[in-house]
Ligand binder design. Sequence first.
Ligand code: ANZ
Ligand code: ZN
Length: 855
Amino acid sequence: TERYNPRDAEPRWQKHWTDNKSFEAKEDASRPKYYVLEMFPYPSGRIHMGHVRNYTMGDVIARFRRALGYNVLHPMGWDAFGMPAENAAIDRGIHPKSWTYDNIATMKRQLQSMGLALDWSREIATCDPSYYMHEQAMFIDFMKKGLVERKVSMVNWDPVDHTVLANEQVIDGRGWRSGALVEKRELAQWFLKITAYSDELLSALNGLDKWPEKVRLMQKNWIGRSEGMRFSFALEDENGKALDERLTVYTTRHDTIFGASFCAISADHELAKRLSESDAGLAAFRREVAALGTSEETIERAEKKGHALGLYARHPFRPGVRLPVYAANFVLMGYGEGAIFGCPAHDQRDLDFARKYGLPVIPVVAPKGTDPATFEVGSEAFVEKEGDNTVLINSDFLDGMSVPEAKEEIATRMEKMGIGERKVNFRLRDWGVSRQRYWGCPIPVIHCAACGIVPVPKDQLPVTLPEDVTFDKPGNPLEHHPTWKHVDCPSCGKPARRETDTFDTFIDSSWYYARFCSPHAAEPVDMGAAKYWMGVDQYIGGVEHAILHLLYSRFYARAMTATDHLAIKEPFESLFTQGMVIHETFRTLNGEWVLPSDAVTKDGKWVHAQTGEPLEVGGVEKMSKSKKNVVDPDDIIARFGADTARWFMLSDTPPERDIEWTEAGAEGAWRFTQRIWRLVNDSADYAGGSDPAAALELRRAAHKALAAVTDDLSSLRFNRAIARIYELANALGAALSAGKADAASVKEAAEFLVLMSAPMMPHLAEECWQAMKRPGFVVDTAWPKADPALVADDQVTIAVQVNGKRRDEITVAKDMDPKAVEALVLQLGSVARALEGRPVKKVIVVPGRIANIVG
Ligand code: ANZ
Ligand code: ZN
């Protein structure tokens, strides 16, 4: 037989599937549905190996579920708004729209060349007005529902890019793109009230039992629920004169109140602002803190600094003791009350601060059994609190209590005194969705001097982005546009101003999964279609989206449900986070990266193929342009075909781990495609033998492989499924060369081999199917069923009892002689231990069930 030629076969089968609309999904209440979705790509230019891995996994699931009889929805679209398009416009004068759509065209062609079982009739691009008009409509509904707020807030301002940055975009106090020192600014912004769902988003995590534990934990920490107290201190001035103002703080460690040695407020706290008007030093300190930005990470790492306000807080339980009040750089305005009491012995930040300013360090919690007089805290705070290992010391009426007991006591007393109450706090903040950017969905509101904020009437949606914009000035092109923002107020008709902020692109990706159910519907989501398809049965993507994208989507599903655009809570039933694709790196001794394909070995050393320069082997790292270790999927598909690339991406490495791209591995996958092709052709020509034992052996191997692969694919263990397929290929190869098994068993094994590898190598499978002269097409063929009788093992596990009590178990051949079983169990250590030296009186063996020793 001729070699299998993917260059010929792959486009042919892709055309067949397209012409037959093989993957177009239609709602069908009579069939179970399966919705599989991979995180849709940002149209950055070209697909990379990470995409290949991600979309291959989704595709295997889609094809496998389809063969199992599910009505599968497997759509694809483009997360098409965002900064890179605008940067292309700024750097190269290409309009964001044409840049984006050119990229979409390229990447779509690339994805199609992978042979993905996608329903392209549902393709959406988030930058298309037919998509974002619904986003605008829903935003207006969210406004009516009270889920939207406009408020002045502190933002990270990038003075070069002229944009507000998310905390994640501030790295070491600098803008992630511009590298400029970020400033803090107050700006009126739009917010979605995700905090209205803090409790709900947290508690519902428990139900997400098909999500990776680590993702649930990350979300839990991000939401950050804590139980504490809000209480206030009486204030006095330098001279001990009482002020008629109190200082309210939030704490989760009220048990440590006797260890308090100072209070601190945020530099943005109202009190700090007010005092800075007459305190130039404080004003300067506030500016210094502002320069830190709002990133908690940066704040956490910065040296702890403060500015004394000349005010004192009276200790609620220590008459005559007063605590100096500072403005401090580590107290955040957006959390709790923006004010704290500092307990240096039990909080590292407070300790660093206390050491700097010479404040007392009073330990009030100590390991049980420690002598309070000798217990000291050095440079590390003692933060242990859980369990029964600690005890309160130096704390008057709390002495001897556990931390929870002390908390309870303080809460009760403070409540009685009327100075505070218990309070649950969340770390989660409302979601700031305003961006001062062009390439995003316009926020559909109008500012009117007379009427205030007026939503754009729904019959005037979409508010489309103007295309005639320029990028020659820094800042938002929508601001500079001569006419776009000047509109008449929809309510009073007077001249008004259109909102020029656009949405955070995370909004676009927070509901696309729902739009896929009915991508052409006149409303955001057709409820009937969504009822059938939602939730997503299997969602797959990178763990880098574990927090924001997934949390925003979970919120959006709830907000849409609250506004009758959906009727679910959780959008993603099952989540899988795949690992990255990594590749070796090389560099010259000067540290310049070199393409791995330019590295060759000479006399056992790595050198540059052209220049002969000696090379250093770098690590195996995530593919990145800067390290020159990128492998272009197009090249691989051109050389080996898509099936090889797909197969390689799933082989050997468990899908959640990073996979190393190697030339040898790709070639191995390529050889296996040829091997299957030969085995199938040889099987088709096979005349057959007449040894029933050989036939049975092959059939057992085939059915066992089938059962295992079915199991492995159901639980996304692709690499194990592939290992099983290799095994079956070996068994089939052996049977063919032995020539003893009959033709029927060989054909069956070959058929299983093809059908099982079809989700991974769909083109090759179709080609084989034809070579085997089977009717129809693999794509329409049901997944075969393994015969339990052939799968069943001839081994059995039996319980071992001593005097009727279960002590152990052993696995033996099903037909093992009871006498042999008896001999075996008597050798077990567990049995000897249970007998405690008593002699064996009797052994009863029930074949296939138990062995009971009486002694
Ligand atoms: C006194 C204390 C003593 C604290 C102690 C901790 C340890 P979680 O658990 O994350 O909610 N805090 C409160 N508001 C703050 C703000 N706006 N900026 C910075 N820190 C703030 O953290 C609650 C603890 O973080 C609170 O408990 C408070 O310090 C601090 F031994 O109060 B604690
Ligand atoms: Zn008006």
